[in-house]
Design a protein around this ligand. Sequence first.
Ligand code: CDP
Ligand code: CDP
Length: 213
Amino acid sequence: MTRRLVIAVDGPAAAGKGTLAKRLAQALGLPYLDTGLLYRATGRRMIDAGHDPARGPAEEFAASVGLEDLSRTDLRVPEVDRAASLVAAQPAVRRVLVDVQRRFAGEHGAVLDGRDIGTVIFPDAPVKLFITASPRTRATRRWEQLATDPDAPDREDQITRVEREIEARDMADSSRAVAPLRAAGDAVRIETDGLSADEVLAEALRIVARMMR
Ligand code: CDP
Ligand code: CDP
């Protein structure tokens, strides 16, 4: 029997997890799930209903999130970044979303990216990657991804603001009591400062090949 191939891709905000995970999934013919979108969709639904994401009945909103929510185009905005991190710190929310993530990999496996895939969701995943880069690199990547004016004269100041938001979210994600952001003991780290997305994919494919031998 072949081993079900689950690839866990974890790491801090804007490290390039999604970009890598999507490409890996494509290269290996596996389904791909961006698990951050589950927390974002929960936060989005709470904001839309007029609730405070830190205090409202977040688990009820999490329970109503389905895969169809994940294609919403209003999930990658700053207020939802914060709301996602706030609902993600609540144990009841995480309990509700565990099943969706485990079922997604089904019998055939999947590539999932998030914060706790290798530590909590699939602790037995045969391949675990932890993707990192310096806060400045990550802020620059996120800014370039979202910038409406790539030649803005206050580019560096804008990047500094993104960097502060990213660091605040990393701090919240790493210090929460439940499923904090951290590399699994058996994860392979890829430091991506100075690497292109293609170079990161090539390195990840080498790691997958080595670990599946
Ligand atoms: O794309 P980015 O790295 O900025 O964030 P994301 O992956 O979309 O995740 C948004 C937020 O959801 C994170 O800041 C975490 O608080 C939370 N999250 C989590 O707790 N566990 C996961 N597996 C994925 C996301
Ligand atoms: O999912 P996560 O928040 O970790 O990051 P992402 O949304 O996949 O990547 C953020 C941006 O960094 C994207 O625009 C990528 O094209 C870019 N990027 C990358 O993912 N990997 C590199 N080595 C360099 C840039």
